[in-house]
Ligand binder design. Structure first.
Ligand code: C2E
Ligand code: CA
Ligand code: CA
Ligand code: CA
Length: 278
């Protein structure tokens, strides 16, 4: 009856309420979390497909909340992106990752690091200046950092972000388009961007061992990206069968649980040291 009909609505509304409360809680706890050391970075090594040499590592933020426990960046980054918190957190990620690059260097390994940048960060007038001074302050070559950005409206020609990307590319910082092929992807502007790398999203890679249509899609994107002069990287590789397909296509680099999970800095060091021996 009428009672039953109202029930799902009430339940749904309560869910939504709870989600909003949690988002509010995460936003208000972030600042203290940064001060208390509740955030840290893990790093996921990236490998050449040809020879499986580790070439770099992607910094992935982790939040171990004192009462809520571990929270996924897939949950809190979008919350932070709706506020000014994202700039503060991005600065923390950049500083922490570049300090780590210096520490690895001091132990004898040059490990370039990839940083995920939210679109709003690169739209700041000071973005390029801030990134450059962080590198110079640590006496690090610009080649030790790669910036992963996601395509979108904010990358339209003439935007502040495009200006920053061009300046960075000029200085030798490589820029990667992240999550390519997830949702709305646009090749027409991809050809005009001063980028270096195209990362094919996991959702594209998932089906390539079993579906010829998925394979056709990845192959088309890879070949077009190559023709435009970009390096291609497959993310989210979990099975050997996927590696075989990607190798046959000629994809440049791979990242995924099959090769290495996101890990602590000391473990990354071991991956690179081991590769140097063999
Ligand atoms: P992303 O940039 O696409 O990063 C790849 C995500 O896939 C990471 O999830 C990684 O741990 C996971 N992954 C890697 N290989 C595999 C695999 O073989 N199988 C599966 N199932 N997953 C794999 P994570 O660390 O949870 O990060 C989620 C997203 O949060 C990232 O997606 C990125 O968009 C965002 N993120 C993470 N760290 C940062 C950061 O420091 N700044 C910003 N702005 N965003 C970040
Ligand atoms: Ca990424
Ligand atoms: Ca991303
Ligand atoms: Ca992705």
């Amino acid at each position: 009856g009428a009672f039953d009909a109202r029930q799902p609505f009430c339940w749904y509304s309560a869910q939504r309420d709870e989600k909003m409360h949690r988002a509010y809680r995460l936003a208000s706890d972030a600042e203290r979390g940064l001060q208390n050391g509740d955030f840290h970075l893990d790093y996921q090594p990236r490998f050449t497909l040809d020879g499986r040499r580790p070439v770099s590592a992607e910094a992935l933020i982790r939040w171990n909340h004192p009462t809520l426990g571990p929270i996924s960046p897939g949950e809190f980054i979008p919350v932070f992106e709706r506020t000014a918190l994202i700039d503060e957190v991005t600065n923390w990620v950049l500083d922490t990752a570049l300090d780590q690059v210096r520490a690895w260097r001091a132990q004898g390994q040059d490990i370039p690091v990839s940083i995920n940048l939210s679109s709003s960060y690169l739209s700041n007038a000071s973005a390029w200046h801030d990134i450059r001074s962080k590198l110079e302050h640590r006496a690090l070559p610009f080649s030790m950092i790669e910036l992963e950005i996601t395509e979108g409206e904010w990358l339209r020609p003439g935007s502040a972000a495009i200006g920053h990307i061009a300046a960075m590319a000029q200085a030798g910082i490589t820029v990667a388009i992240d999550d390519f092929g997830s949702g709305y992807s646009n090749f027409s502007y991809l050809s005009d961007l001063p980028i270096h790398t195209v990362k094919l999203d996991k959702s594209l890679i998932d089906g390539i061992a079993s579906s010829s249509r998925a394979r056709a899609k990845v192959s088309a994107i890879h070949h077009l990206a190559h023709e435009l002069g970009y390096l291609t990287v497959a993310e989210g590789v979990e099975h050997q069968a996927q590696v075989d397909v990607l190798a046959a296509m000629g994809i440049d680099e791979v990242q995924g649980y099959l090769l290495a999970r996101p890990m602590a800095p000391a473990a990354v060091m071991q991956v690179f040291e081991q590769a140097a021996i063999t």
